[in-house]
Design a protein around this ligand. Structure first.
Ligand SMILES: [Zn+2]
Length: 420
């Protein structure tokens, strides 16, 4: 057993002081406030590990490279397709390794990777049809982050339209072929496999009930055009199409949920579906501001993701959840800091939970003088000093312990991709 002690820790009842934390076999054994200094001292505030519930690792290569395109989500998507066309299992692995290292440095201890880049250009399967999935799993293992690989079913290029040439890499022949490939994928330790429906655009509604897996994620109503096309084709909103096909439920995470009707919100709540908001991506892509407070009020559990990685900073995502609401409602204090931290983190700091811990510096220029309970509104990823995943110290004193200089790796890979 290893014993840590910290001046402050984010326990279920609020910020506690002088907390002793016992860890055994990667699991929290006990957290006891009001204890004398003992064991290894962690200076700052200890938070539960951040959970990145929506990621497309390769989109990181678009950061800082699309602003001059101007345009819309749909023009951005053209650039993303160009990038997707250049990746192979080796470069996918190297890029994802750098991205997952950036995530752990920012305090993310787990990532749900929404993985749809499956096959070689033209849709030809690799010798191992899961080569791209294994590349992600290996990259996550090397970076020390927990992975849920959400293998994504992607069968159509739009409502009633086949995949176009660039989308062939994403698709399988039908839902059975998708399921067979997923079945053959054997995740390494610290990874698990879930499933995803890319969107109501990409999976015909008669195939939707056949996509199964736990957890099950789905892009939902990120763009108004998706809603309009769906209404024109089905006469129903995307939420209603998913509900009618039995896709929604407590094991399902609907990603974005930006443009919803009141009936959609009710449906998500009644089915127990969780919603993942991706504020920094949604603002980067000009998606709009989703009804986060209305969803929470209806009883929909919220989580957060850095999605396209225009920004990798869990504090920024949590802060934006509140700030977007302020801009939209002209009111303040729309979410409590407890709600913001709950949306940003995985299991809390309780005995029996995985020992996924993040240490935040309360003495930086950003955090000096704040109330510790407001950390999520003041700190940034730069204030994360130490990160533990299953008790293993993956980040120490702001340095990744498994990957040397991830920034060098990222620069090399991204520049090579845009040169090719
Ligand atoms: Zn996405």
């Amino acid at each position: 057993m290893t014993t840590y002690w910290c001046a402050h820790a984010w326990l279920p009842g609020g910020v506690a002081s002088d907390v002793r934390i016992d860890v055994e076999d990667g699991v929290l054994k006990a957290l006891i406030p009001g204890q004398p200094r003992t064991g290894t001292v962690l200076s700052g505030l200890v938070l539960p590990g951040f959970a990145n519930e929506h990621s497309h690792a390769f989109h990181r290569a678009l950061r800082g490279r699309t602003h001059h395109d101007r345009g819309t989500f749909w023009t951005w998507r053209e650039r993303m397709y160009t990038l997707a066309g250049r990746l192979d299992p080796d470069s996918y692995y190297r890029l994802a390794r750098g991205v997952f290292a950036e995530m752990t440095l920012a305090g993310y201890t787990s990532v749900s990777e929404f993985h749809y880049l499956h096959h070689a250009p033209g849709g030809r399967p690799y010798d191992d049809p899961n080569a791209m999935g294994y590349a992600l799993a290996e990259a996550a293992a090397d970076a020390g982050i927990r992975l849920t690989l959400l293998d994504t079913c992607y069968l159509a290029g739009g409502f009633g339209r086949p995949l176009d040439e660039r989308q062939q890499r994403f698709g399988d022949a039908d839902v059975d072929a998708w399921a067979q490939r997923v079945e053959a994928f054997k995740p390494p330790a610290q990874a698990r496999v879930g499933a995803a429906v890319h969107s109501v655009r990409a999976v015909p509604d008669d195939q939707l009930p056949l996509v199964s897996g736990r957890p099950l994620h789905v892009h939902l109503s990120e763009q108004r055009a998706e809603n309009e096309d769906c209404l024109a084709y089905h006469g129903r909103t995307p939420t209603r199409v998913l509900a009618d096909a039995g896709v929604l439920g407590p094991d399902t995470v609907a990603v974005h949920a930006t443009h919803l009707t009141e009936d959609d919100i009710r449906t998500l709540a009644e089915t127990g579906t969780r919603v993942c908001i991706c504020p920094t991506t949604e603002r980067d892509l000009g998606d709009g501001i989703g009804p986060a407070r209305a969803l929470a009020d209806a009883g929909v559990p919220l989580c957060l993701g850095s999605d396209s990685h225009a920004v990798i900073d869990p504090f920024e995502e949590a802060k934006a959840l509140e700030m977007n609401e302020r801009l939209g409602s002209e009111r303040r204090g729309r979410f409590t800091t407890d709600e913001l931290v709950a949306a940003a983190t995985g299991p809390g700091l309780v005995a029996g939970a995985p020992a996924d811990l993040v240490v935040v510096d309360l003495g930086s220029v950003r955090t000096a003088g704040i109330e510790p309970a407001a950390v999520v509104l003041a700190a940034s990823a730069a204030d994360v000093t130490d990160v533990f995943v299953a008790g293993r110290r993956v980040v120490r004193d702001r340095a990744h312990q498994l990957i040397e200089r991830p920034e060098t790796l990222l620069a090399k890979e991204i520049e090579a991709l845009w040169r090719s």
